[in-house]
Design a protein around this ligand. Sequence first.
Ligand code: HEC
Ligand code: HEC
Length: 334
Amino acid sequence: MRVGILIAAAALSLGLAGCGIAGHETRDPAILDVPVGFEPIPVPAHNPLTPAKVELGERLFFDLDLSEDRSLSCASCHFENAAFADPRRLSPGVHGRLGIRNSPSLVNVAYLNLLFWDGGALTLEAQALGPLEADFEMNMNLGDLITRVESDPSYVSQFEEALGEGPSIRTLTQALASFQRTIRSGGSRYDRYVSGAVDALTDSERRGLELFRGKANCASCHNGFLFTNQAFENNGIEPAGSDSGRARITLDPADFLEFRVPSLRNVEKTAPYMHDGRFDSLEDVIDHYDQGGTGVRNQSALITPLRLTDQEKRDLIAFLNSLTDETILTGLTP
Ligand code: HEC
Ligand code: HEC
């Protein structure tokens, strides 16, 4: 048994691992504490966070049996050691089928008002049905899924203990949502800096922070404790294929090519970047913004040429790298 590391790095105590799935660390489910500067975790009244539900949700999240051919778990596209994102541009689902979007990090996902790059899912409970059913992801018939889970007596007793009833779509998605709400992190060097440890950032990183808030104007969209205002914006990247972003959901042409502003926490570890993973490096991202985007239709007026020097670009990237929380990168994926 290995020692589990709390995700909320503000709580620096270590919890003992429970009896998780071999190959990854079981996270202490008891934590409702949040990192310094974070808001309380929003939890819906109909699905209170309990340690038993979190533990069950964690087991489900890492279970390959949740996919049609038993080849994929949720963690197959949300890698624990990549801040629950996917280092591949697109994540192959069952039979190697590809979707059109890059898997986002799930760190601090509890705080997101709307889910998916286009805001197409309203809650974590509802979201889970997306990957379970999508033919390019886990491709499960929901009836078969419940039959499969019910055939394992240890699951049935764990569901009853955690939710007072056996496996169903409702209880399964409640457990998955509960686990994901505990994936949070705010233990980067930047956090130590804003808590008063001025030496936690190097000179270059501090200059980068100034640029981020000032000349480079990043903080007009990437702000707040998650480094996102959670708005849908068009940051000037050219369309690829037919993905129209937010407009796909709202059917409003004014939302053309707008995507949810992503959090930048752990961004060093969540390459490749943008909704389709088109940029491999932060250098590419900074060059994109430095040019003022591509001038694509509906580009935000906030995206304008920045004329950054090479040193300023390096400083900005150094700052972005200071948003990494090493303590959440310790897990192994199955
Ligand atoms: C085949 C790869 C794949 C699998 C398997 C997968 N996901 Fe995802 N996940 C994605 C992709 C790609 C997106 C982005 C989709 C979009 O925005 O349209 C995503 C988005 C999400 C989001 C929204 C995050 C955000 O920032 O809005 C959550 C939550 C999530 N997945 C949880 C899960 C859970 C729970 C499972 C298992 C039941 C799962 N995923 C299985 C690829 C996958
Ligand atoms: C107008 C709002 C806006 C401004 C200003 C802005 N961004 Fe973004 N940013 C976005 C949106 C929207 C996306 C997602 C676009 C997509 O996926 O196609 C994004 C994506 C990113 C990503 C990719 C993250 C990921 O997980 O894929 C990085 C890194 C980033 N921005 C950094 C910056 C930096 C650095 C600046 C300042 C130079 C900046 N942004 C300015 C809106 C903005």
